[in-house]
Design a protein around this ligand. Structure first.
Ligand code: SF4
Length: 497
């Protein structure tokens, strides 16, 4: 989908035990993960005091001559950072800045900096709690709720691990959190379902500990991968390594399955595999499941970049030529603004170059990660046809999306999902394809190397791992089927909170 769907966030944190500045590692750790959120980014460093920086858009390039200024602006031996795409809070410029993480949360007795990836299912309950106890409280982002809950507990208990435990027991949703204590000690924790990835690593000389959403955040600075946090686990960085504590039992593993198809970078590790290896396997599965369409096709093309590894697998399994006829404009990352009706293809043309002469007169098998709303895919297919494609067979790696996500992915209503209302044959007709071939759930799961009960498959099965999300989904599904018009994100309009 080349960027039409958004993850909520990515995080990176590090602590140096040799006294030097940690800023370069945070900076590169965030840049390596900018695909996880590009509406805004921020960092908090610690050198005895906290220093905060927040800005909109991608993590910027830093000129060599400016580097010393950045080091002066963000000094310290410990830091946390965040890249964000909002799925909660306002989306005007000021709200985006206000909601940019990390957050510094302070009471008379406690102070913490926090940054997270995820989404809270019961955020209204928590929000009401704070709005009643502190009328000046102004909600901008879910991490604020986690931060406030933590400092409140910390003020009562005086111990960070027990405070985190209370959060884990009271908060429902996806939350992979990193933070700094008032003394600049780095810590992290993951919700008891482990919905979002979070891993730890060390510098080769063992003087820096780092925590990252994806393993690429570690790779970019040459750090060695140490471990993936367990669901319900709390970690703190020390000079001698990470201290690990299982605070609450893992209720049921539920790593977001969509990470494999779309969100994670292909060179990140998830489970025991690199993501690109899993995607190649998806291609081989699609060849087995839809052999008759491959036999009829003249050529495979892929929509970059998530479709590329899939196309390789499909090509290897069938011998059908993979024509690299769709190329990404490498330096165009922003959304295309469509100003005029005749600019119908702007969303594609400004990001992708499709070579018509390689498609004209051919029956094409197109590899793509998913179909969410169907609008972008419709325009791509229309363009392929105008370029002379005789037939367009879509090969989709993520099974049909039939329900919303409560855990931080930008699809929050039934109404917006083409797959919640239509079967594959109907979808093919609506988007103008000759066939839409979704990978089966069984094949998808097998390729990840994980078991079905270790993944969240909520949006493709309707079975959500957390209880409140399931209740809301059931309630909204019923209302939707009875003609209810959704007026906001499901967890904002549901009567169950
Ligand atoms: S509902 Fe879908 S997108 Fe959301 S966490 Fe689960 S698998 Fe991922």
């Amino acid at each position: 989908m080349y960027g039409s769907l958004k993850e909520e966030c990515g995080v990176f944190g590090a602590q140096q035990f040799n006294g030097s500045s940690v800023f370069p590692y945070i900076y590169w750790g965030l840049r390596a993960q900018n695909h996880r959120g590009h509406q805004s980014h921020g960092m908090i460093t610690y050198d005895g005091d906290f220093h905060t920086y927040k800005a909109l858009d991608l993590v910027p390039k830093i000129k060599k001559a400016d580097f010393q200024n950045w080091l002066r602006k963000l000094p310290g031996f410990a830091a946390i950072g965040n890249i964000r795409y909002t799925t909660s809070g306002g989306t005007d410029e000021q709200s985006l800045i206000n909601g940019t993480q990390p957050f510094l949360v302070e009471t008379e007795k406690a102070k913490l900096a926090v940054s997270f990836n995820g989404n809270l299912v019961n955020h209204f309950k928590l929000r009401n709690q704070f709005e009643e106890s502190a009328p000046q409280f102004c909600y901008e982002c879910d991490v604020e709720l986690i931060g406030r809950k933590l400092v409140m507990e910390l003020a009562k208990k005086g111990d960070l691990a027990s405070s985190v435990k209370s959060c884990m027991n009271e908060i429902e949703g996806a939350f992979s959190v990193i933070g700094l204590t008032r003394n600049g000690e780095l810590f992290g924790f993951k919700d008891p379902y482990g919905i979002k990835p979070l891993c730890c690593g060390n510098s080769p000389d063992d003087t820096i500990r780092a925590v990252s959403s994806e393993t690429v955040g570690l790779n970019i600075s040459g750090f060695e991968y140490d471990f993936e946090l367990e669901p319900g686990e709390f970690i703190s960085a020390t000079k001698d390594g990470f201290v690990r504590e299982q605070l609450v039992p893992c209720k049921r593993r539920a790593l977001c399955a969509f990470e494999f198809a779309y969100f994670a970078r292909p060179d990140s590790r998830l489970g025991n595999k690199f993501v690109y290896e899993v995607r190649e396997e998806f291609g081989r599965n699609l060849a087995k499941e839809y052999g008759e369409f491959i036999k009829d096709a003249d050529v495979i093309i892929s929509l970059p970049e998530t479709g590329d590894d899939v196309a390789l697998g499909l090509h290897e399994a069938t011998g059908l030529r993979w024509e690299r006829a769709v190329r990404r404009h490498r330096y165009v990352t922003e959304r295309a603004f469509i100003l005029l009706p005749e600019e119908r293809y702007a969303t594609i043309d400004r990001k992708l170059n499709i070579l018509g002469s390689k498609i004209s007169g051919k029956k094409v098998a197109v590899t793509e990660d998913s179909i969410v709303r169907g609008d972008t895919t419709t325009v791509v297919i229309e363009k392929l046809r105008r370029m002379g494609a005789k037939k367009v067979y879509m090969f989709i790696t993520f099974p049909r999306i039939i329900g919303p996500c409560f855990y931080g992915i930008d699809m929050a209503t039934y109404g917006e999902l083409i797959g919640s209302r239509h079967r594959p044959e109907e979808i093919a007709e609506i988007i103008g394809a000759d066939a839409v071939n979704y990978q089966s759930i069984g094949a998808f799961v097998k390729s990840t190397g994980l078991r079905k009960d270790e993944l969240c498959l909520g949006c493709i099965t309707g079975k959500y791992p957390t209880p409140l999300a399931q209740k809301m989904a059931d309630e909204m599904r019923e209302k939707f089927e009875n003609g209810y018009k959704e007026t906001g994100r499901i967890y904002e309009v549901s009567s169950i909170i």
